[in-house]
Design a protein around this ligand. Structure first.
Ligand SMILES: Nc1ncnc2c1ncn2[C@@H]1O[C@H](COP(=O)(O)OP(=O)(O)OP(=O)(O)O)[C@@H](O)[C@H]1O
Ligand SMILES: Nc1ncnc2c1ncn2[C@@H]1O[C@H](COP(=O)(O)OP(=O)(O)OP(=O)(O)O)[C@@H](O)[C@H]1O
Ligand SMILES: [Mg+2]
Ligand SMILES: [Mg+2]
Lengths: 258, 258
């Protein structure tokens, strides 16, 4: 069975793309097959895995009904990890899709045939930093959401907005199966009170929904995308690589226990 | 004469809000009168200055033509610094405005009477992390853009998208007066090669458009918003406060020299 997971948080720069890439890569190290769907017009997940941002290569045409998702899947340099890349034109999809009908279900319909083919264990969707049409489409298409969250004040403020939205989407019937899979604390710097306070606050309010794995702030994680490589390939013994391997293990264990 | 300036960058988490708040506050320390317009549904500039996110208090009604901008202006705890707050409902404005006419000129029309009253030296607009309707409205409404940019690889990638857009908007006549006022390098950590390389690359390509002031990474800047205070009030002798005061001085000097 293929699980479809969104990496979403409307707050910008919290580690959505970094977590999409590195969780995907770490899951393949546990012999899982993963498709990473880049739904952000910035196309950071695409370049972070070393692929070009080619015009026409994104899900855009699929959202308009002019192509199948299957036809947009590309291999990466990593076995068991495929990608549907993004491109700048994807920003135009927001307007085009909004003006048509079924404008919240286009990603769900695009993903369905690939999900039902069971070719992958996981389909991970990297979302843009907003609650616009593309992100809302992703939230309607997935069963579970992983919310990356920086250990900062503004990110804490935004978390309740995101969690309220998840509740609304599932209780309203827009996506009855939708659930929060977990909150990943990112860019954790144990030397600062701010980070410690934010982590403490998140644990107090959301305890069993927060991954025990804290992703540390590590410059190697910032360097890796300029080489187009996930951290477990760029610097396998770095604190970032260890943390994302740990996160993948926890991600898999939690679901076995459910 | 009132200058209208957008703080914009579609890349998330690069320091748009932190720069909006702290540049605004530092400008008032140089005896300038500033109106900060929070155009982001996340309303971080609003809470970062200690104001509540009140339903109906944002520019939303003004964009729909049901109120004047003047009626939404609130004082802050700081003399010479007023704010038009944001709220979550502002996200709904994207859809409402998109479905109406003149959907790119609503912010320009809203701001015009306040700008022409010359009540302020500067109107600074904090933009959300996207190139959607709200940001495009801001780019159509201003004469100049300040682009905050974190010293990271993905931020570097996004810079050329932003600069190309500015060129297109001014050369196409959508906003003929639009110009890049400057690029502000933020969260600079002099100990990392990554930050040094990114700064070097930006200086090489955009030399005279980059502020000489580098905003250092400083946890005090991350703490200040949880107290609802700009850095020059929260910790006046911190590296962050010195840097934003210097940025304000440079921002004023550059325009006198023009
Ligand atoms: N644990 C970490 N340590 C150090 N740097 C990190 C870490 N995680 C992410 N980064 C860096 O921080 C920046 C923001 O991360 P990233 O781009 O993944 O966030 P995002 O939520 O996807 O941003 P956006 O909202 O723009 O999509 C990037 O430059 C990234 O390289
Ligand atoms: N120079 C700095 N040193 C340390 N932390 C900083 C600095 N500048 C900003 N921050 C912190 O980094 C995070 C991102 O900054 P900020 O929210 O201002 O960026 P933004 O571009 O407005 O984000 P968004 O794209 O979500 O609107 C915030 O938590 C902020 O407190
Ligand atoms: Mg991203
Ligand atoms: Mg912001």
């Amino acid at each position: 069975k293929t699980h479809v997971v969104a990496l979403a948080n409307q707050k910008g720069g919290v580690g959505k793309t970094t977590t999409s890439i590195n969780l995907s890569a770490a899951l393949t190290a546990f012999r899982k097959k993963v498709l990473l769907l880049d739904l952000d017009p910035q196309a950071n997940a695409t370049s972070g895995l070393g692929l070009p941002k080619t015009e026409g290569a994104s899900i855009y045409e699929v959202l308009l009904g002019n192509a199948t998702l299957d036809s947009k899947i590309l291999p990466t340099a990593y076995a068991r990890l495929d990608i549907v890349p993004a491109e700048v034109d994807l920003a135009g999809a927001e307007i085009d899709v909004a003006r048509g009908d079924r404008y919240l279900h286009r990603v769900r319909e695009a993903v369905r045939p690939v999900k039902e083919s069971n070719a992958y264990d996981f389909i991970l969707i990297d979302c843009p930093p907003s609650l616009g049409i593309l992100t809302m489409n992703a939230l309607a298409a997935v069963e579970e959401i992983v919310v990356p969250m920086q250990c900062e004040y503004y990110a804490l403020e935004g978390l309740s907005v995101m969690l309220r939205l998840i509740d609304e989407l599932s209780s309203s019937g827009a996506n009855p199966h939708l659930r929060l899979e977990g909150i990943v604390m990112t860019m954790y710097d144990s030397r600062t009170n701010l980070a410690q306070q934010v982590v403490k606050e998140v644990y107090e309010h959301f305890s069993d929904q927060v991954y025990e794995t804290l992703i540390p702030r590590s410059v190697r994680l910032g360097e890796a995308p300029s080489h187009g490589r996930p951290i477990i390939d760029y610097d396998p013994s770095s604190t970032g690589a260890l943390a994302y391997r740990q996160l993948a293990r926890e991600f898999l264990t939690r679901r076995n226990l459910r």
